[in-house]
Design a protein around this ligand. Structure first.
Ligand SMILES: NC(=O)c1ccc[n+]([C@@H]2O[C@H](COP(=O)([O-])OP(=O)(O)OC[C@H]3O[C@@H](n4cnc5c(N)ncnc54)[C@H](O)[C@@H]3O)[C@@H](O)[C@H]2O)c1
Length: 142
């Protein structure tokens, strides 16, 4: 049976996106939205300020994979997705004055080293942006 137009459009626009800070407030909502839009999500978090509870409802989702990872440490997502990454969403960082005071060094490190490591995953030179996809990198303000 031939796929209908909606299914064909869906397949054309389905992308593979890595989301850091996925167990946090904004990151978990980003995961929900990307999955609802038909994308595949690799979620990274070290639970510094986030909680597994924020992702519990996604356990077993066929297009969702969670990797417990401190993004300031070396890591790769090769193998976590079937094919190259299409987009990077970087939401990993403590996000309130209370959290900054509790985790000052971690806040500095994730803002600099973590951001750099996430940028290194992004489509770029030799990894062109696919058609029909306008997201390359999305960063939270800090
Ligand atoms: N919440 C807001 O209203 C708001 C507004 C503007 C900007 N922001 C920015 O958005 C980002 C996320 O905010 P939030 O409210 O979701 O915070 P949050 O604390 O709920 O989420 C941050 C997540 O990042 C994770 N994390 C921290 N360091 C990490 C590391 N080294 N490796 C992997 N994961 C790590 C935490 O465990 C947590 O799950 C922050 O940069 C924040 O400044 C938030």
């Amino acid at each position: 049976m031939k796929p209908n137009t909606d299914e064909r459009n869906h397949n054309l626009t389905q992308k593979r996106v890595v989301v850091s800070g996925a167990a946090g407030f904004i990151g978990s909502h980003m995961c929900n939205r990307l999955l609802a839009d038909g994308h595949t999500v690799v979620a990274l978090d070290n639970f510094l300020t986030g909680s597994p509870r924020n992702l519990a409802h996604l356990e077993g989702h066929t297009r969702f994979r969670f990797v417990e990872q401190d993004i300031t440490l070396p890591f790769a997502v090769d193998g976590a997705v079937d094919g190259p990454l299409d987009g990077v969403v970087n939401m990993a960082s403590p996000a309130s004055p209370k959290d900054y005071l509790e985790h000052p060094i971690e806040t500095l490190d994730v803002g600099f080293i973590g951001t750099r490591r996430m940028l290194e995953l992004a489509p770029g030179e030799g990894r062109p942006l696919p058609d029909h996809f306008h997201l390359r990198v999305l960063m939270a303000t800090r």
